[in-house]
Design a protein around this ligand. Structure first.
Ligand SMILES: [Zn+2]
Length: 588
């Protein structure tokens, strides 16, 4: 069990808006925020965040709760892991002790950030040390990569010496402990308990967030040894999958377009050549969080991945993710060079600029890929290519856009525009029909109560269950109602018909009587927490007339239970008299 104090401390330091906007792009709607639900697929936003209540709810699929519920659902974590995860984010380490109970320890984020700045200064100064190794590292940047000293300073590049403890010793002389250095992923601890420097004999790239904090490091070898790159793991101040290299600079110049590269060196070469809107992921494939992060700063992304097969595969994947968050995407084809860095060195920056200006849209890129699969000289292959292209065009929502692409296909394959258009329209209609059919089936299932796995008793007595939900919603929301119902003993668990609502009622009463705030996630499944959130959200506006609603709901719960008991009693009476009569008959 994690103590209530730790959980409450973590929740109070977590802004639900910040947390969720790392996954969903949210737009303000009155005092709330709305976005496309990350838990079901939808085209208009029904996923709502209530910052005032520290909660969220999706009107489409019923997912809802607080920050802990959100993490349980989106990261597929159980309750304790979700708390630990949020703790880390809020600067509180939650550790399990020998007795299996959890302890909370506050991490001083500001201290880790200061430690990172001192580390960056150390690495940078090592680049200019008068040793053969340092000179070799500097030559790697200036000669092998052609960077100027100004660029090296601009990005704060550095060198981690080839030593197991030179860095650690220096940092300890500045007052940092090994525990802190391990926490910040700057040192490691061996099985024998000795400490060692995490980065050795590598050129160093500090990773700086949009607020200008040094949050992590990437280190690269200078030869062909493996691994080529080593990056900080996640630390209390760093989430690898939610940051981008050089976004701190690019954000000022990327409003129109952003260039997405594969590696740090590509980004630095592009910035040095004047393309200051370039960023890179941090040693991993693009994530949906990073795509959303980009959508906050730009409208359009130009992908410039390596020309090899792995790079092109990654580009197709990235294109899908960026398209999903509403970004316009194009892919840069780099001729006669393996990456942007090499291209600029060979042909100059003006040539690169014209490449960008002619970069191909998502449609053109995919059309080229499809056409390369078929030999359209043969009629059957041409028909197959056309079918693929029709499918591709039908994925675009705008009819005007579709017409432009139909025009391109009809020209490319020498087929009439109207014919292609008919095929595309048929495909679009088919898809729409299937969508409507699926939605209808869903609605029918929901109305029959078949899909209600959360509260299976609901369908047996919907009007009773609805009154139960009214009571619970009001109890969760308003202190004065809890007082009234629990202190006054207005309701007991016997008044509840559905098992789920009875369980919730009993839990809320326990919390009230022990004077603790309810912690739903500790006691209910995420689906159940979603249902409780729905009960609450639906009654959020009931401040004034909440009393009347509560009284009415309680009264009808009482009467429906009395009726049920009376029915039960009369059945019992009838049974008793039947047995009585039977006995009499046998007696005779
Ligand atoms: Zn949803």
């Amino acid at each position: 069990m994690i103590s209530r104090e730790i959980v409450e401390d973590i929740l109070s330091r977590t802004s639900i808006e910040d947390l969720i906007s790392g996954y969903v792009s949210l737009k303000r709607a009155g005092s709330n925020l709305k976005g496309l639900c990350p838990f079901h697929s939808e085209k208009s936003p029904s996923f709502t965040v209530y910052p005032g209540d520290n909660s969220f709810y999706c009107f489409g699929c019923g997912v809802g709760g607080n920050a802990i519920t959100f993490v349980r659902q989106i990261e597929h974590m159980d309750y304790p892991d979700a708390v630990v995860y949020l703790g880390k984010r809020a600067g509180i380490t939650v550790v399990k002790d020998a007795q299996d109970s959890y302890q909370g320890k506050r991490i001083d984020k500001a201290r880790i950030l200061k430690m990172n700045v001192d580390a960056a200064k150390f690495f940078h100064s090592c680049l200019f040390a008068k040793t053969a190794a340092a000179e070799n590292a500097l030559r790697y940047f200036t000669e092998a990569r052609g960077l100027s000293l100004a660029t090296i300073r601009h990005f704060g590049l550095g060198y981690a010496p080839d030593s197991f403890d030179a860095f650690g010793k220096h940092m300890r002389s500045l007052g940092y402990t090994y525990d802190e250095l391990v926490e910040g992923f700057l040192c490691g601890k061996s099985e024998r308990g000795t400490y060692y420097d995490a980065f050795r004999n590598r050129v160093m790239f500090p990773i700086i967030d949009v607020s200008g904090n040094v949050i992590a490091f990437g280190g690269r070898v200078m030869d062909d040894s493996k691994p080529k790159y080593k990056n900080s793991s996640d630390t209390p101040v760093f989430k690898k999958l939610r940051n981008l290299f050089a976004l701190n600079y690019a954000r000022h110049t990327c409003a129109e377009a952003m260039i997405l590269c594969e590696g740090y060196m590509d980004v630095i070469a592009l910035h040095a050549a004047g393309f200051t809107n370039a960023v890179a992921t941090l040693g991993t494939a693009l994530t949906s969080e990073q795509a959303r992060l980009m959508s906050r700063y730009t409208k359009r992304v130009i992908i410039t991945y390596d020309a090899d097969e792995a790079g092109q595969k990654a580009a197709v994947r990235a294109m899908g993710m960026l398209g999903e968050v509403g970004l316009e995407v194009s892919v840069l084809k780099i001729p006669d060079a393996k990456d942007p860095d090499e291209f600029i060195k060979k042909f100059g920056k003006d040539k690169f600029r014209s490449l960008i200006e002619n970069s191909r849209s998502k449609f053109e890129y995919n059309m080229e890929r499809i056409l390369s699969k078929y030999n359209v000289e043969f009629p059957q292959e041409k028909i197959n290519a056309l079918a693929d292209l029709v499918e591709l065009i039908s994925t675009f929502y705008s009819e005007v856009e579709r017409d432009v692409y139909i025009q391109a296909v009809s020209k490319q394959l020498g087929v009439p525009f109207d014919g292609v258009k008919n095929d595309v329209n048929r495909r679009v209609k088919q898809k729409a029909k299937r969508f409507v059919k699926e939605e209808n089936q869903k609605a029918i299932r929901a109305s029959q109560g078949f899909s209600d796995k959360v509260n299976p008793d609901y369908a047996k007595a919907p009007s009773v269950a609805k009154n139960e939900e009214s009571v619970i919603g009001l109890l969760v929301l308003f202190e004065n109602h809890r007082k009234k119902v629990f202190d006054g003993g207005l309701l007991s668990e016997e008044d509840f018909f559905t098992e789920l609502n009875r369980r919730i009622f009993v839990y809320l009463r326990e919390c009230y009587q022990s004077g603790t705030a309810p912690n739903l996630d500790e006691n209910f499944s995420p689906e159940e927490v979603g249902r409780i959130t729905k009960m609450k959200i639906a009654r959020m506006n009931l401040t004034e007339n909440g009393d009347a609603v509560l009284e009415e709901a309680i009264a009808s719960l009482k009467s429906s239970m009395q009726k049920k008991n009376a029915e039960g009693a009369s059945t019992m009476d009838a049974l008793a008299s039947l047995i009585d009569r039977m006995r009499k008959t046998t007696d005779n």
